[in-house]
Design a protein around this ligand. Structure first.
Ligand SMILES: Nc1nc2c(ncn2[C@@H]2O[C@H](COP(=O)(O)OP(=O)(O)OP(=O)(O)O)[C@@H](O)[C@H]2O)c(=O)[nH]1
Ligand SMILES: [Mg+2]
Length: 313
Protein backbone atom coordinates (compact mmCIF):
# COMPACT_ATOMS: atom_id res chain seq x y z
CA UNK A 1 0.00 0.00 0.00
CA UNK A 2 2.83 2.34 0.85
CA UNK A 3 4.33 1.75 -2.61
CA UNK A 4 1.11 2.89 -4.23
CA UNK A 5 1.06 6.05 -2.15
CA UNK A 6 4.67 6.79 -2.97
CA UNK A 7 4.05 6.50 -6.70
CA UNK A 8 1.32 9.04 -6.26
CA UNK A 9 3.83 11.93 -6.43
CA UNK A 10 3.03 12.94 -2.91
CA UNK A 11 -0.66 13.50 -3.61
CA UNK A 12 -1.67 11.14 -0.85
CA UNK A 13 0.47 13.15 1.56
CA UNK A 14 -1.15 16.36 0.35
CA UNK A 15 -4.58 14.76 0.59
CA UNK A 16 -3.80 13.73 4.15
CA UNK A 17 -2.48 17.18 5.00
CA UNK A 18 -5.44 18.81 3.31
CA UNK A 19 -7.90 16.63 5.18
CA UNK A 20 -6.17 17.08 8.54
CA UNK A 21 -8.84 19.38 9.96
CA UNK A 22 -11.65 17.10 8.85
CA UNK A 23 -9.66 14.10 10.10
CA UNK A 24 -9.36 15.72 13.50
CA UNK A 25 -12.99 16.76 13.58
CA UNK A 26 -14.26 13.30 12.65
CA UNK A 27 -11.85 10.88 14.28
CA UNK A 28 -11.23 12.83 17.47
CA UNK A 29 -14.93 13.07 18.12
CA UNK A 30 -15.47 9.41 17.34
CA UNK A 31 -12.63 8.49 19.64
CA UNK A 32 -13.88 10.72 22.42
CA UNK A 33 -17.23 9.01 22.14
CA UNK A 34 -15.90 5.48 22.10
CA UNK A 35 -12.35 4.81 23.25
CA UNK A 36 -11.88 3.38 26.71
CA UNK A 37 -15.55 2.41 27.00
CA UNK A 38 -15.94 -1.25 27.54
CA UNK A 39 -19.65 -1.37 27.00
CA UNK A 40 -21.59 0.23 24.23
CA UNK A 41 -24.22 2.11 26.18
CA UNK A 42 -26.95 4.41 24.84
CA UNK A 43 -24.71 7.22 26.02
CA UNK A 44 -21.85 6.14 23.78
CA UNK A 45 -24.20 5.81 20.82
CA UNK A 46 -25.74 9.24 21.44
CA UNK A 47 -22.32 10.85 21.68
CA UNK A 48 -21.26 9.13 18.51
CA UNK A 49 -24.36 10.33 16.69
CA UNK A 50 -23.66 13.88 17.77
CA UNK A 51 -20.03 13.55 16.71
CA UNK A 52 -21.09 12.53 13.22
CA UNK A 53 -23.70 15.27 12.89
CA UNK A 54 -21.25 17.98 13.90
CA UNK A 55 -18.77 16.56 11.39
CA UNK A 56 -21.09 17.70 8.57
CA UNK A 57 -22.08 14.28 7.34
CA UNK A 58 -25.73 15.30 7.14
CA UNK A 59 -28.66 14.04 9.20
CA UNK A 60 -29.97 11.44 6.75
CA UNK A 61 -26.53 9.90 6.29
CA UNK A 62 -25.88 9.88 10.03
CA UNK A 63 -29.25 8.16 10.57
CA UNK A 64 -28.25 5.47 8.13
CA UNK A 65 -24.78 4.98 9.62
CA UNK A 66 -26.15 4.89 13.16
CA UNK A 67 -28.80 2.38 12.04
CA UNK A 68 -26.02 0.05 10.90
CA UNK A 69 -24.03 0.53 14.11
CA UNK A 70 -27.08 -0.05 16.33
CA UNK A 71 -27.96 -3.17 14.34
CA UNK A 72 -24.45 -4.53 14.75
CA UNK A 73 -24.55 -3.79 18.48
CA UNK A 74 -27.90 -5.55 18.79
CA UNK A 75 -26.63 -8.62 17.03
CA UNK A 76 -23.54 -8.59 19.23
CA UNK A 77 -21.30 -8.13 16.17
CA UNK A 78 -20.04 -4.96 17.74
CA UNK A 79 -19.34 -5.55 21.38
CA UNK A 80 -16.39 -3.28 21.90
CA UNK A 81 -16.55 0.49 21.51
CA UNK A 82 -13.07 0.49 20.02
CA UNK A 83 -14.40 -1.45 17.07
CA UNK A 84 -16.90 1.25 16.21
CA UNK A 85 -14.28 3.24 14.33
CA UNK A 86 -13.49 0.24 12.15
CA UNK A 87 -17.14 -0.39 11.42
CA UNK A 88 -17.80 3.27 10.60
CA UNK A 89 -14.80 3.44 8.33
CA UNK A 90 -16.11 0.51 6.32
CA UNK A 91 -19.64 1.93 6.15
CA UNK A 92 -18.31 5.29 4.95
CA UNK A 93 -16.07 3.63 2.37
CA UNK A 94 -19.10 1.74 1.05
CA UNK A 95 -21.02 5.00 0.64
CA UNK A 96 -18.14 6.80 -1.06
CA UNK A 97 -17.24 4.02 -3.43
CA UNK A 98 -20.68 4.30 -5.07
CA UNK A 99 -19.88 7.74 -6.43
CA UNK A 100 -16.28 7.03 -7.34
CA UNK A 101 -16.58 7.32 -11.11
CA UNK A 102 -13.68 9.17 -12.70
CA UNK A 103 -14.43 11.35 -15.69
CA UNK A 104 -13.64 9.53 -18.88
CA UNK A 105 -12.94 11.47 -22.03
CA UNK A 106 -15.03 9.35 -24.35
CA UNK A 107 -14.17 9.05 -28.04
CA UNK A 108 -17.08 11.22 -29.11
CA UNK A 109 -17.25 13.51 -32.09
CA UNK A 110 -14.78 16.26 -31.15
CA UNK A 111 -14.75 18.27 -29.00
CA UNK A 112 -15.64 16.46 -25.78
CA UNK A 113 -17.49 19.36 -24.17
CA UNK A 114 -17.47 20.14 -20.46
CA UNK A 115 -19.83 22.77 -19.05
CA UNK A 116 -18.71 24.04 -15.66
CA UNK A 117 -21.27 25.46 -13.23
CA UNK A 118 -21.58 26.49 -9.59
CA UNK A 119 -22.08 29.35 -7.17
CA UNK A 120 -19.77 32.36 -6.89
CA UNK A 121 -16.29 31.56 -5.72
CA UNK A 122 -16.80 27.78 -5.61
CA UNK A 123 -13.58 27.28 -7.58
CA UNK A 124 -14.90 26.85 -11.15
CA UNK A 125 -12.22 28.81 -12.98
CA UNK A 126 -9.38 27.36 -10.91
CA UNK A 127 -10.74 23.85 -11.45
CA UNK A 128 -10.93 24.49 -15.21
CA UNK A 129 -7.28 25.56 -15.15
CA UNK A 130 -6.32 22.43 -13.25
CA UNK A 131 -8.31 20.25 -15.66
CA UNK A 132 -6.72 21.99 -18.65
CA UNK A 133 -3.31 21.12 -17.20
CA UNK A 134 -4.30 17.49 -16.53
CA UNK A 135 -5.82 16.93 -19.98
CA UNK A 136 -2.96 18.68 -21.80
CA UNK A 137 -0.47 16.51 -19.95
CA UNK A 138 -2.43 13.47 -21.12
CA UNK A 139 -1.87 14.64 -24.68
CA UNK A 140 -5.29 16.13 -25.40
CA UNK A 141 -5.68 19.47 -27.13
CA UNK A 142 -7.86 21.70 -24.97
CA UNK A 143 -9.73 24.93 -25.64
CA UNK A 144 -11.42 27.14 -23.07
CA UNK A 145 -14.55 29.27 -23.44
CA UNK A 146 -14.78 32.45 -21.37
CA UNK A 147 -18.56 32.37 -20.93
CA UNK A 148 -18.33 34.21 -17.61
CA UNK A 149 -18.94 37.58 -19.21
CA UNK A 150 -20.48 38.96 -16.03
CA UNK A 151 -17.83 39.30 -13.35
CA UNK A 152 -15.21 42.00 -13.92
CA UNK A 153 -11.84 40.37 -14.57
CA UNK A 154 -13.25 36.89 -15.20
CA UNK A 155 -12.19 36.83 -18.87
CA UNK A 156 -8.65 37.97 -18.01
CA UNK A 157 -8.44 35.37 -15.23
CA UNK A 158 -9.24 32.60 -17.72
CA UNK A 159 -6.83 34.08 -20.30
CA UNK A 160 -3.98 33.97 -17.79
CA UNK A 161 -4.71 30.30 -17.12
CA UNK A 162 -4.96 29.72 -20.87
CA UNK A 163 -1.46 31.14 -21.31
CA UNK A 164 -0.04 29.14 -18.43
CA UNK A 165 -1.51 25.87 -19.65
CA UNK A 166 -1.01 26.59 -23.35
CA UNK A 167 -4.73 26.45 -24.16
CA UNK A 168 -6.54 28.76 -26.57
CA UNK A 169 -9.27 30.86 -24.97
CA UNK A 170 -12.35 31.95 -26.90
CA UNK A 171 -13.83 35.20 -25.59
CA UNK A 172 -16.23 38.02 -26.37
CA UNK A 173 -16.49 41.48 -24.84
CA UNK A 174 -17.44 41.73 -21.15
CA UNK A 175 -21.21 41.81 -20.69
CA UNK A 176 -21.99 39.91 -23.89
CA UNK A 177 -24.32 36.91 -24.09
CA UNK A 178 -22.60 33.87 -22.53
CA UNK A 179 -24.41 31.44 -24.81
CA UNK A 180 -23.01 33.29 -27.83
CA UNK A 181 -19.51 32.73 -26.41
CA UNK A 182 -20.29 29.04 -25.91
CA UNK A 183 -21.62 28.84 -29.49
CA UNK A 184 -18.52 30.49 -30.98
CA UNK A 185 -16.17 28.42 -28.84
CA UNK A 186 -17.84 25.25 -30.02
CA UNK A 187 -17.51 26.25 -33.71
CA UNK A 188 -13.90 27.23 -33.16
CA UNK A 189 -13.07 24.02 -31.29
CA UNK A 190 -14.63 22.02 -34.14
CA UNK A 191 -12.67 24.01 -36.73
CA UNK A 192 -9.43 23.42 -34.82
CA UNK A 193 -10.34 19.81 -34.18
CA UNK A 194 -9.73 20.35 -30.46
CA UNK A 195 -10.19 17.23 -28.34
CA UNK A 196 -11.77 18.98 -25.38
CA UNK A 197 -13.67 22.23 -24.84
CA UNK A 198 -14.19 23.48 -21.29
CA UNK A 199 -16.74 26.23 -20.77
CA UNK A 200 -16.40 28.60 -17.81
CA UNK A 201 -19.59 30.26 -16.57
CA UNK A 202 -20.36 33.06 -14.15
CA UNK A 203 -20.94 32.06 -10.56
CA UNK A 204 -24.59 32.37 -9.66
CA UNK A 205 -26.76 31.93 -6.67
CA UNK A 206 -28.69 28.76 -7.26
CA UNK A 207 -31.74 30.59 -5.90
CA UNK A 208 -31.80 33.20 -8.68
CA UNK A 209 -34.16 31.89 -11.35
CA UNK A 210 -33.16 34.17 -14.31
CA UNK A 211 -29.52 33.19 -13.88
CA UNK A 212 -30.43 29.52 -13.89
CA UNK A 213 -32.39 30.17 -17.11
CA UNK A 214 -29.23 31.65 -18.63
CA UNK A 215 -27.36 28.43 -17.82
CA UNK A 216 -30.14 26.34 -19.34
CA UNK A 217 -29.84 28.43 -22.50
CA UNK A 218 -26.11 27.68 -22.72
CA UNK A 219 -26.89 23.99 -22.22
CA UNK A 220 -29.59 24.12 -24.93
CA UNK A 221 -27.35 25.82 -27.47
CA UNK A 222 -24.50 23.40 -26.93
CA UNK A 223 -26.92 20.47 -27.23
CA UNK A 224 -28.36 21.88 -30.45
CA UNK A 225 -24.98 22.52 -32.04
CA UNK A 226 -23.12 19.39 -31.02
CA UNK A 227 -24.20 15.78 -30.77
CA UNK A 228 -24.61 14.48 -27.20
CA UNK A 229 -23.11 17.68 -25.77
CA UNK A 230 -22.48 18.78 -23.13
CA UNK A 231 -20.75 15.47 -22.51
CA UNK A 232 -20.13 16.50 -18.95
CA UNK A 233 -21.88 19.11 -16.84
CA UNK A 234 -19.52 19.53 -13.94
CA UNK A 235 -20.90 21.12 -10.80
CA UNK A 236 -18.18 22.70 -8.70
CA UNK A 237 -18.94 22.68 -4.96
CA UNK A 238 -16.96 24.32 -2.18
CA UNK A 239 -16.50 21.89 0.74
CA UNK A 240 -16.19 24.77 3.21
CA UNK A 241 -19.88 25.54 2.70
CA UNK A 242 -20.78 22.24 4.39
CA UNK A 243 -24.43 21.24 4.18
CA UNK A 244 -25.17 24.19 1.90
CA UNK A 245 -23.20 22.42 -0.83
CA UNK A 246 -25.84 19.68 -0.78
CA UNK A 247 -28.73 22.09 -1.25
CA UNK A 248 -26.82 23.84 -4.05
CA UNK A 249 -26.34 20.50 -5.76
CA UNK A 250 -30.05 19.70 -5.51
CA UNK A 251 -31.12 22.99 -7.05
CA UNK A 252 -28.52 22.94 -9.84
CA UNK A 253 -29.42 19.39 -10.74
CA UNK A 254 -33.12 20.25 -10.83
CA UNK A 255 -32.32 22.84 -13.51
CA UNK A 256 -29.59 21.08 -15.49
CA UNK A 257 -28.46 17.55 -16.11
CA UNK A 258 -25.50 17.55 -13.74
CA UNK A 259 -23.28 14.58 -14.58
CA UNK A 260 -20.38 15.09 -12.19
CA UNK A 261 -19.16 16.98 -9.15
CA UNK A 262 -15.82 18.54 -8.34
CA UNK A 263 -15.51 19.18 -4.61
CA UNK A 264 -12.98 21.91 -3.93
CA UNK A 265 -11.26 23.40 -0.88
CA UNK A 266 -11.16 20.21 1.13
CA UNK A 267 -7.93 21.61 2.54
CA UNK A 268 -8.18 23.98 5.45
CA UNK A 269 -11.76 23.05 6.41
CA UNK A 270 -13.15 20.77 9.08
CA UNK A 271 -16.28 20.29 6.97
CA UNK A 272 -14.83 17.69 4.57
CA UNK A 273 -17.23 15.11 6.01
CA UNK A 274 -19.79 16.71 3.70
CA UNK A 275 -18.45 14.50 0.91
CA UNK A 276 -20.14 11.55 2.61
CA UNK A 277 -23.51 13.34 2.60
CA UNK A 278 -23.02 14.40 -1.03
CA UNK A 279 -22.17 10.85 -2.01
CA UNK A 280 -25.01 9.35 -0.05
CA UNK A 281 -27.71 11.88 -0.84
CA UNK A 282 -27.14 12.87 -4.43
CA UNK A 283 -26.00 9.85 -6.43
CA UNK A 284 -23.98 12.09 -8.74
CA UNK A 285 -20.46 10.86 -9.52
CA UNK A 286 -17.77 12.74 -7.66
CA UNK A 287 -15.20 13.24 -10.38
CA UNK A 288 -12.53 15.33 -8.70
CA UNK A 289 -11.50 16.70 -5.35
CA UNK A 290 -9.42 19.81 -4.75
CA UNK A 291 -7.05 20.07 -1.81
CA UNK A 292 -5.24 23.28 -2.61
CA UNK A 293 -4.81 26.17 -5.02
CA UNK A 294 -2.02 24.71 -7.12
CA UNK A 295 -2.59 22.98 -10.43
CA UNK A 296 -1.46 19.63 -9.00
CA UNK A 297 -3.96 19.91 -6.14
CA UNK A 298 -6.88 18.53 -8.17
CA UNK A 299 -7.16 14.77 -8.42
CA UNK A 300 -9.68 12.16 -9.52
CA UNK A 301 -11.70 11.12 -6.49
CA UNK A 302 -10.65 7.78 -5.02
CA UNK A 303 -12.83 6.51 -2.17
CA UNK A 304 -10.18 4.20 -0.70
CA UNK A 305 -7.52 6.91 -0.52
CA UNK A 306 -10.02 9.36 0.90
CA UNK A 307 -11.07 7.01 3.70
CA UNK A 308 -7.43 6.17 4.47
CA UNK A 309 -6.57 9.87 4.68
CA UNK A 310 -9.63 10.55 6.80
CA UNK A 311 -9.19 7.78 9.37
CA UNK A 312 -5.49 6.88 9.54
CA UNK A 313 -3.32 8.67 12.06
N1 LIG B 1 -7.53 26.24 -0.66
C1 LIG B 1 -8.11 26.03 -1.84
N2 LIG B 1 -8.52 27.07 -2.57
C2 LIG B 1 -9.12 26.85 -3.75
C3 LIG B 1 -9.36 25.54 -4.24
N3 LIG B 1 -10.00 25.65 -5.44
C4 LIG B 1 -10.15 26.98 -5.66
N4 LIG B 1 -9.62 27.72 -4.66
C5 LIG B 1 -9.59 29.19 -4.50
O1 LIG B 1 -10.90 29.69 -4.43
C6 LIG B 1 -10.95 31.01 -4.95
C7 LIG B 1 -12.08 31.15 -5.95
O2 LIG B 1 -11.78 30.35 -7.06
P1 LIG B 1 -12.32 30.61 -8.53
O3 LIG B 1 -11.83 29.49 -9.37
O4 LIG B 1 -12.05 31.98 -8.99
O5 LIG B 1 -13.88 30.45 -8.27
P2 LIG B 1 -15.08 30.63 -9.30
O6 LIG B 1 -16.08 29.59 -8.96
O7 LIG B 1 -14.57 30.65 -10.68
O8 LIG B 1 -15.61 32.06 -8.85
P3 LIG B 1 -16.54 33.07 -9.70
O9 LIG B 1 -16.01 33.13 -11.06
O10 LIG B 1 -16.44 34.37 -8.98
O11 LIG B 1 -17.92 32.51 -9.60
C8 LIG B 1 -9.57 31.27 -5.54
O12 LIG B 1 -8.83 32.04 -4.63
C9 LIG B 1 -8.98 29.88 -5.68
O13 LIG B 1 -7.57 29.87 -5.60
C10 LIG B 1 -8.94 24.42 -3.42
O14 LIG B 1 -9.11 23.23 -3.75
N5 LIG B 1 -8.32 24.74 -2.24
MG1 LIG C 1 -14.79 32.01 -12.20
Amino acid sequence: MFGKKKEDNGFFTRLKQGLSKTHQAVTRKIEEATIGRREISEDVLDNLEEALITSDLGIATVDQLMGTIRWQVKRNELNDANKIKISLREAIREILVKTEQPLEILPVQKPFTILTIGVNGAGKTTTIAKLAAIFTQQGHSVMLAAADTFRAGAIEQLEIWGERTGCKVIKHAPGSDPSAVAFDALQSAKAHSADILIIDTAGRLHTKAPLMEELKKIERIIAREHQDAPHETLLVLDATTGQNAISQARIFSDALKVTGIALTKLDGTAKGGVIVGISDGLHIPIRYIGVGEKVEDLRPFNAGDFVDALFDD
